[in-house]
Design a protein around this ligand. Structure first.
Ligand code: URP
Ligand code: ZN
Ligand code: ZN
Length: 457
């Protein structure tokens, strides 16, 4: 079956052009000024035609502490598609003392036959030994070329410096990319204990116990460990000027340091913690929201190239589950965002002139595809690429609300915000999966994507 997306403005990371996009089966067959015959024509007059967005940081159906995240692979990937994201890379978590392959198997049982967008996995390593290092090699060879380690959450997820160094060393040799959650977990735990002992249990104290330098120090240390190991490194959800200082310094020295931020760190501030406790609890995430001064550093990093990716860290819990509000340390960390990333970054990035439209595409699709081994199959609109396409109306306004979003969570971080720029139609491998803002795809229509190591792309 042939589909023609006609009369739109095609945007890639390198250029914008008025052209028609011919799709044959699951792939892009031509980018042309002609009007070849097709079984189905989608008129994109006045619209941008973008490569499907890629979200490399999601937590679906994942046990975190004592709770499982509210979106499973069906609801989470449906919300992703409605927000213009056609591929996610989620996290399979190693249970301490057990194997990475087991982690992946358990994760696939949850994802396979449920996901409606395409999906891949990073494996989170919480315990390193010789067998785990060998497993890293075989996972890379089988299409899982990225791992995540935590410098936070001692006793649960945190690896010490020796463990992180071992993971990085092995990654240097097998070509994997190591993602790091960089916050100094031990200092934070001490600050949490002190805050609670002083009777500071309210949600806002969460931010006070994770001051910017707990991120800045950990980012510096992670970068130093990567340099010692001779491996590239990818820092997730950066939120501070302190982190940006360290990233910029390392990149100026020529080190392979890559960075991600998320819309919540670009758009929201720690003022949210001034809300009544049961509302403030919704904004408990790690790192926490920061003073507004961090925004300009993060936007500048996105524009200059020091940061490469905007992902979501989608980790949703129902607002009710974010209580008890009297002890912030018991509030599950994380917030929803898988559906709102693309319109928010367009609205706040491109509309304001902070980002060019090509840079916008690079940040939400092309760079994640390149860093995580999906390019050029995904992340661009080129002949032979998967026909993952978003028809985007740059002028239509939408109001973000939990009443209308598709994420299985009863609040939005952006409740009532009106953004300009909205998703009209989404195609996944040539099939229309979102039309008029609603999911029209097939249950379980997503495909697992095996990925290539960083150096191979
Ligand atoms: O608060 C957050 N970010 N929760 C999800 C787990 C993580 O740290 O990425
Ligand atoms: Zn994290
Ligand atoms: Zn995360």
């Amino acid at each position: 079956m042939d589909t023609l997306i006609a009369n739109g403005t095609l945007v890639t990371a390198t250029d914008t052009r008025r052209a028609n996009l011919l799709i044959r089966g699951e792939r892009v067959a031509a980018v042309t000024s002609d009007e070849p015959p097709a079984d189905c024509v989608i008129d994109a007059t006045g619209r941008l035609v973008l490569p499907g967005a890629i979200d490399v940081h999601t937590h679906l159906d994942m046990l975190l502490g004592r709770l499982v995240t509210a979106d499973d692979f069906a609801s989470g990937t449906m919300a992703a598609l409605c927000g213009g994201t056609t591929t996610i890379i989620d996290f399979a978590g190693q249970e301490r003392g057990s194997s990475l392959h087991d982690a992946l198997e358990r994760w696939r049982e949850k994802a396979d036959r449920r996901a409606v967008a395409d999906y891949g996995a990073h494996v989170m390593i919480t315990d390193v030994n010789d067998r785990v290092e060998r497993e890293m090699d075989s996972l890379v060879a089988s299409g899982i070329p990225s791992f995540k380690v935590f410098m936070a959450y001692p006793g649960r997820l945190m690896l010490d410096d020796r463990g992180i160094f071992r993971v990085l060393r092995r990654a240097r040799d097998n070509g994997a990319l190591v993602m790091v959650h960089a916050e100094n977990g031990l200092v934070i735990d001490e600050l949490v204990s002190r805050a609670l002992a002083e009777g500071r249990g309210e949600p806002g104290a969460h931010a006070l116990t994770r001051p910017p330098l707990t991120e800045g120090e950990a980012v510096q240390r992670a970068i130093a460990l990567a340099e010692l190991a001779g491996a590239p490194i990818y820092l997730v959800h950066l939120s501070t000027g302190e982190a940006m200082d360290a990233v910029e310094r390392a990149r100026r020295r020529g080190q392979a340091v890559y960075g991600e931020t998320c819309p919540q760190y670009l758009l929201l501030t720690d003022q949210e913690y001034e809300r009544p406790a049961c509302e403030a609890a919704r904004y408990v995430m790690s790192p926490p929201l920061r003073p507004a001064i961090a925004h300009s550093r993060l936007w500048a990093g996105l524009a200059s190239g020091d940061l490469q990716v905007v992902a979501t860290d989608h980790c949703p819990f129902q607002a009710g589950e974010k209580w008890p509000v009297a002890d912030f340390s018991a509030i599950p960390n994380g917030a929803p965002g898988i559906e709102t990333r693309v319109p928010l970054v367009y609205h706040a990035g491109v509309r304001t002139g902070r980002l060019s439209v090509t840079r916008f595409v690079e940040l939400i699709s092309t760079a994640p595809a390149k860093l995580f081994g999906l390019f050029p199959r995904k992340g661009t609109l080129a002949v032979g690429s998967d026909a993952d396409v978003v028809v985007f109306d740059p002028d239509r306004e939408v109001t973000l609300s939990a009443r209308t979003h598709h994420m299985r969570v009863d609040y939005s971080l952006y409740e009532g915000w009106t953004v300009r720029g909205a998703i009209d139609t989404v195609l996944l491998r040539g099939r229309v999966v979102v039309e008029g803002g609603e999911f029209v795809g097939r249950p379980g229509g997503g495909q697992f994507v095996a990925r290539a190591p960083l150096g191979a792309v």
